[in-house]
Design a binder for this molecule. Structure first.
Ligand code: BG6
Ligand code: MG
Length: 223
């Protein structure tokens, strides 16, 4: 299939905010006395804020009410937003700018597909707002990854058929979501070597447009 658009996950693919999510949850979990570590954090990649909280609460010593859950998720988000305050273009992950430039030169459309409701503030802070043709994020969807909704929304906003989209993901939930959307997948970081990925790399500094051209055929949509 000919690829006309690439949809990038945000946290852990474009920018190193995946670490800030971990630190925000860790601070909240420590305050509550709930065991939480980096290996448990892997299950939260790509998953919405409230679903992430439910995963953390599996280890809680008592049930939490809905109001308490809202407070815990809000507290984590405040800690996370504090960490985002110093975010700048320096936090863009290695290889991202080169890949975006290369795709632009091929005439391929580019989008963000993220479960995060903080997507607009992050894209603004890293100075990439003008770069993407479309942004689909947690504010515009009901079901987060592994549901395909956010990627289907990105494809719709781009005006490109799902089968002609390629997704770049660092989360297993995101790889599954992309597949469920009928898209091809490049898996990086934690998702590298996922059995459902078409191409894997440790990070995007190892991935150029010409590397990908060995696996995918670029064919821009006209007009
Ligand atoms: C995803 C992250 O991009 O966004 C998840 O991988 C996070 O870890 C999710 O839980 C929701 O983010 P936010 O910013 O809406 O709390
Ligand atoms: Mg991610």
């Amino acid at each position: 299939m000919r690829i006309a658009a690439v949809i990038f996950d945000l946290d852990g693919v474009i920018v190193s905010t995946d670490e800030f999510h971990y630190l925000g949850w860790k601070r909240m979990a420590d305050e509550e006395g709930i065991p939480f570590d980096r290996s448990m954090n892997e299950r939260l990649r790509g998953v919405s804020r409230m679903e992430s909280l439910e995963i953390i609460l599996e280890k809680a010593g008592r049930p939490y009410t809905d109001d308490e859950k809202k407070e815990l998720a809000g507290r984590k988000n405040n800690y996370y937003r504090q960490l985002l305050e110093n975010l700048s273009p320096a936090n863009i992950l290695p290889g991202v700018m080169g890949l975006l430039d290369g795709l632009r030169q091929e005439g391929v459309r580019i989008a963000v597909g993220s479960s995060s409701r903080n997507t607009p503030v992050i894209i603004e802070k890293i100075g990439l707002f003008h770069v993407f043709d479309a942004i689909a994020d947690g504010n515009g969807i009901v079901n987060s990854k592994p549901d395909p909704e956010v990627f289907l929304l990105a494809a719709q906003k781009l005006g490109v058929e799902p089968a002609r989209c390629l997704v770049v993901e660092d989360a297993e939930a995101g790889v599954i979501a992309a597949r469920a959307a009928g898209m091809r997948v490049v898996a990086v970081g934690s998702a590298a070597n996922s059995p459902q990925a078409d191409f894997s790399a440790d990070d995007l500094s190892e991935v150029t447009v010409s590397d990908l051209a060995d696996y995918f055929i670029w064919e821009p949509i006209k007009g």
